[in-house]
Design a protein around this ligand. Structure first.
Ligand code: GDP
Length: 370
């Protein structure tokens, strides 16, 4: 028998038309926002940046991060004009697993640096996951309570541009703008997972690895090859009853570091314990960084590393542009799905499919050129 609830007269189960929901964005605000997006001229951006105008710097960084082609054109010109004024800084990469205390430490390091060494500090980040997680690092400026209100600091969350290559390039370009604006210290925070550490390492003069005692992270660091790229290792949370464990971990790290080949810098990384939260040992960590910088400036490694990084970034840019040119091509976008299916169905091999697609793309370029 038909269930009574299926009867059309069973009004209680009828679905009534819903009420249309209003837009979550105030339409008036959206209009105002559009108006505010007026671009300045390249010259206005550059002049603003060179006189250290933080607002103009932020606006220029927004252009750098934008995916709109018209923004990118202006951004690239601004970067080019700022380039002669850049480079005069100490760039420090700061890495650690989530919870290692990066934000707390950057807050402490930054305030000590500005108060004891003077100058200005820009804090940037590379977090390729930030699109999904809405910024697991630097998403929340309140995590750097003291630094975020310091007049000599500039804090910028990670760009949310999808691929790691894209995010890293934007952070590197932002470094140039910050240096032109007179920031002589740059911190680049990166979350200690995956490839983002390598990307961060490729744009800094000193790579600081924050570790915790007694979590087994020590060994993970060794396994993932992170220790090879660290210029200094610091054990955070060396406070209260954790001090002994932190000292023990430091000794283990020092011993392990002697097993690695001598780094190109000619310096075996130092290992220090500190507490970002209780402000213990902060000056020693900063002194360690500046000692290293002094040394590598004298032995020529500082400039050598920056030259290598410039080359690396040239090749990275080529890779990025070749890739985006290919994948954004309309013909390729149409064909790529069917090629994938053919590969999965076993009709052609992956290599043949790749060659066919590349041939299509190259032929198209050739025809466009003639
Ligand atoms: P991040 O995820 O690496 O940025 O780590 P946070 O800076 O957000 O710190 C994670 C947690 O560790 C927070 O609850 C901090 O209060 C705590 N923490 C950070 N530094 C220290 C420290 O030096 N000592 C202690 N005891 N706790 C700390």
């Amino acid at each position: 028998m038909e269930h009574p609830e299926n009867n059309a007269e069973y009004a209680g189960l009828q679905v009534n038309a819903g009420v249309e929901q209003p837009s979550t964005i105030n339409p008036y605000l959206a209009r105002m926002r559009k108006k505010r997006q007026v671009l300045f001229s390249v010259q206005e951006y550059v002049e603003g940046i060179l006189r250290g105008d933080v607002t103009r710097l932020s606006q220029a960084v927004t252009l750098v991060e934008s995916t709109l082609p018209e923004h990118q054109i202006v951004a690239q010109e601004v970067i080019e004009k700022c380039l002669p004024y850049s480079g005069n800084s100490v760039r420090v990469g700061i890495s650690g697993v989530p919870g290692a205390g990066k934000s707390t430490s950057i807050d402490a390091f930054g305030v000590h640096l500005l108060d004891n060494y003077g100058g200005k500090l820009a804090v940037l980040a590379i977090d390729p996951s930030s699109e999904k997680t809405k910024g697991s690092i630097l998403g929340d400026k309140t995590r750097m309570e003291k630094l975020s209100v310091h007049p000599k600091s500039f804090i910028r969350p990670s760009p949310t541009a999808g691929s790691l290559g894209g995010v890293a390039r934007k952070t590197r370009e932002t470094i140039i703008l910050c240096e032109a604006a007179g920031y002589n210290n740059i911190f680049v925070e990166t979350v200690g997972v995956g490839q983002s550490e390598t990307a961060c390492h490729s744009m800094v003069d000193f790579f600081l690895l924050i570790q915790l005692a007694g979590t087994g992270d020590e060994l993970q660091g060794i396994k993932r090859g992170i220790m090879e790229i660290a210029d200094g290792i610091v054990i955070n949370k060396a406070d209260g009853d954790n001090v002994d464990r932190a000292n023990l971990a430091a000794t283990q790290f020092r011993n392990a570091l002697h097993l690695f080949p001598m780094p190109d810098s000619g310096l075996i990384p130092e290992v220090k314990c500190y507490s970002g939260f209780y402000d213990i040992g902060i000056d020693e960590v900063l002194a360690m960084i500046f000692r290293h910088i002094d040394h590598v400036k004298k032995n020529g490694y500082f400039q050598h590393r920056r030259n290598e990084q410039s080359k690396y970034w040239m090749h990275e840019s080529i890779n990025e542009q070749l890739k985006s040119g290919f994948y954004n091509d309309t013909d390729i976008r149409q064909q790529i799905g069917s090629m994938e299916r053919e590969v999965l169905d076993g009709h052609i091999t992956s290599f043949v499919a790749a060659k066919k697609l590349l041939d299509t793309y190259y032929n198209k370029l050739k025809n466009a050129a003639t």
